[in-house]
Structures are given as C-alpha cells and as structure tokens.
Write a protein that binds this ligand. Structure first.
Ligand code: GAL
Length: 373
C-alpha cells in the first residue's frame, strides 16, 4: 500500500514537471501551439533576416493584420491591418494578397501580448457592394480626429476581384469612419486625390502637431510616371483638399512611412519591386510639403541592401514619447501570405539628423532609450 502511494506521488511529480517545462517553453516565444489560451511574451522576436517568425494572439492564432499600423487610445495600443489569406502569389492577383475578410483589430496594454478584437471593416458578399470580396484594402492607416472625435481610415482601394490596375475602382483612395477604434467602420467611398486623376498605389496617413492631416501616396499618372505625393486632408480628415505637393526626389518609391522628430519630417520608403525586398531610402524636410532631400539608407550591416528582407509599414511612439519610436516592417511571404513575418525595430535618430534602424533578432522595450547615437 505504502509502496503504491509512493509510486502515485512519483507519477504526479513527473507529470507536474513535464507540464511546467511545456508551459515555460510556450511563454518565452511567439511561436506557440494552437488553441493555447494565453500567449504571454515580453520580447519582440524578429528572427534572422531570412526567417518567418510567427506572432500569435491571445487565442493562439496567427496575428492577421498586415501592412497596417498601431494607434494608442486611452492607454491601450490597437494594432490594425489587412486580413490576408494562406495562398500563394499568382498572376491574376486574386490570391493571398487579396482579402475576403477586411481589416482586423487587436489590442494590447504592453505591445507584446495581443488580444483579438475582431473585424472593424468587413468585405461583402453582395455583388453591388464596393467592398465585395475578394478585393484589396492595402496599407490601411487609421488616425483620430480630436475635433470630430472620429477614427478615420484610409487605404489603397482595389475593388473586386482584387486585381491591381490603373482604371478607377482598381487604384483609388478608400475612406471609412467610426466612432470607436473597435468599429464598426462605415465605408464612405473611394476617390482619386489631386485633380481626380492619377492612380493611387501605396499610401499612408500623417497627423502633424497642429492637427492637420495628410495622405501620402504613390501616384501613377497616365504617362506611366510614378512619384510620391502628399495631399492635405479636410479638417474632418474625410476628404482630400486641393493643397498638395509632389515629392520630386521620391520618384518611383513606395511603402511610405512618415515620422516627425525634433522638428524634422522623415519619410521612409522602399523601391518599386512588388513583393521583392529592396533597399529602403529615407528623405527629410523641415516642412511637410517640402523641400524634401535624400538622407540615405536607414539600414546597416547584413541585409541592408534589402531592408533586412522587409518593407516598411508604419511607425509609432511608445506612450507618445518621440525618443521611443518603433518602425513596423513586414517580411512578405509570397508562398503563403498568412506566414508573412512582422519585424519591429527601434528607430535611432542621430545627432546629424539621420534616421537609422539597425537590425535586431530580438529586443525588449526597455532597451529602446539607450538606442540614441
Ligand atoms: C508592393 C507594395 C504592396 C503591394 C505589392 C503588390 O510593392 O508595397 O503594397 O501593392 O507591391 O505587388
């Protein structure tokens, strides 16, 4: 009898040890088993420059919020982006880069652990709906309007069936609005900023310190020329105005990300080579409408010639602190878009007004303030 009890005790201890070992290995990484309820981590894992690291939410599901951004509201961070599909890139483009879901949202208090909040702008199955799936809502960006208390969303609109084009409805600026960041967003429509002409490609939004907001986009004119343009938005951020400028030095550049630091506007861009990574280039200006000048490549070391196999998406500050700026990049996976990898890096502003983001396989938030050179 005593012998049997000891044996049971030994089995129980052995089981407990096995369980703890299993749990602790889960807690130290984003790469966790499916259906595990709580994904706790306290480190950003980018992996090696050829690696696709899995970032998972509180349900253990892959975070499916691509080419989007982060917005902070009442002490909570919200990560939004396009829900992609587990398909390969294909010629007709009706593939993993198109969406049948829409724009998704996740929330976090600490930027490490993300809770799935749902779809904030849905695609539709209705053939008459402008958001009929499959389609694309590429590079969605959300800003908050202090006057109207509304959240405003702009994106690169590519209507059903989600094939990039030049015609109206295949390369426009899509706009939606909501009372709460958690949505639902109401679709307002799509248009072409600047004289109602020029195809809209990659884009972003920027709110300046005086609350004026801007839509920055790759504009393709009928003669085939492509250049980044910047257009001022109306006070409610829902429409574009006729105040705009062409960023002449940013000819054939895309994936724009705007960062303002100590009175300087920085514009991070990629070259135009589809999903294939290329060298990033930074521009700077002292006024948002320009003159812009070239700063150079923000990457250093291995992989600098291809932005560490990524493309820029968005930048945000930790609790509004401009000295703690994080750039969000994405390592696109054309074999399976659900397996794209998120790469977040701390931004370094140098004394001679350069902007850099050296690669880190992994890093913690508390290391960011020591990043200044
Ligand atoms: C990339 C662009 C993406 C997407 C892709 C499609 O260059 O940055 O947003 O449009 O091309 O090929």
């Amino acid at each position: 009898m005593i012998h049997l009890q000891n044996e049971n005790l030994l089995i129980a201890i052995f089981r407990y040890l096995l369980k703890s070992l299993f749990l602790s290995s889960l807690l130290t990484t984003h790469c966790v088993a499916r259906n595990f309820e709580k994904v706790d981590t306290s480190i950003f894992k980018n992996g090696g420059i050829n690696e696709f690291v899995e970032w998972r939410d509180n349900r253990g599901e892959l975070i499916n919020a691509h080419d989007g951004g982060i917005i902070e509201s009442n002490g909570t961070y919200y990560w939004y982006g396009l829900a992609l599909r587990p398909l390969k890139v294909s010629k007709d483009e009706n593939n993993g880069a198109a969406t049948t879901t829409g724009i998704t949202l996740y929330s976090s208090k600490n930027l490490y652990n993300w809770k799935y909040e749902g779809v904030i702008l849905s695609t539709s199955t209705d053939t008459a709906n402008p958001l009929r799936a499959p389609m694309r809502m590429e590079r969605p960006k959300i800003i908050y309007n202090e006057k109207t208390h509304k959240y405003v969303l702009w994106f690169h609109y590519v209507g059903y069936p989600g094939k990039h084009g030049e015609a109206i409805g295949t390369a426009d600026a899509g706009v939606a609005v909501a009372d709460k960041i958690t949505g639902p967003f109401t679709y307002i429509g799509h248009h072409r900023p600047i004289n109602d002409s020029g195809a809209v490609k990659d884009c972003t939004l920027f709110v300046d310190t005086d609350a004026s907001a801007y839509f920055i986009f790759d504009r393709k004119e009928t003669n085939g020329s492509r250049c980044l343009h910047i257009v001022k938005l109306t006070d409610d951020y829902l429409h574009s105005t006729n105040k705009w400028s062409k960023i002449e030095v940013a000819n054939r550049r895309e994936a724009p990300v705007v960062i303002k630091h100590e009175g300087i506007y920085y514009l991070v861009t990629s070259d135009v080579s589809g999903w294939k990574s290329n060298a990033a280039k930074v521009y700077k200006a002292t006024t948002i409408m320009g003159q812009w000048e070239i700063v150079g490549n923000p990457c250093e070391g291995e992989g600098a010639e291809a932005t560490y196999n990524t493309q820029g998406t968005n930048a945000f500050c930790v609790h509004g602190d401009k000295n703690q700026t994080i750039i969000m990049l994405e390592r696109h996976n054309t074999e399976n878009f659900m397996r794209c990898s998120y790469v977040w890096l701390p931004v370094v502003f140098t004394a001679n007004k350069q902007l850099l983001f050296p690669y880190k396989k992994e890093w913690e938030l508390n290391s960011i303030v020591t990043q200044k050179k």
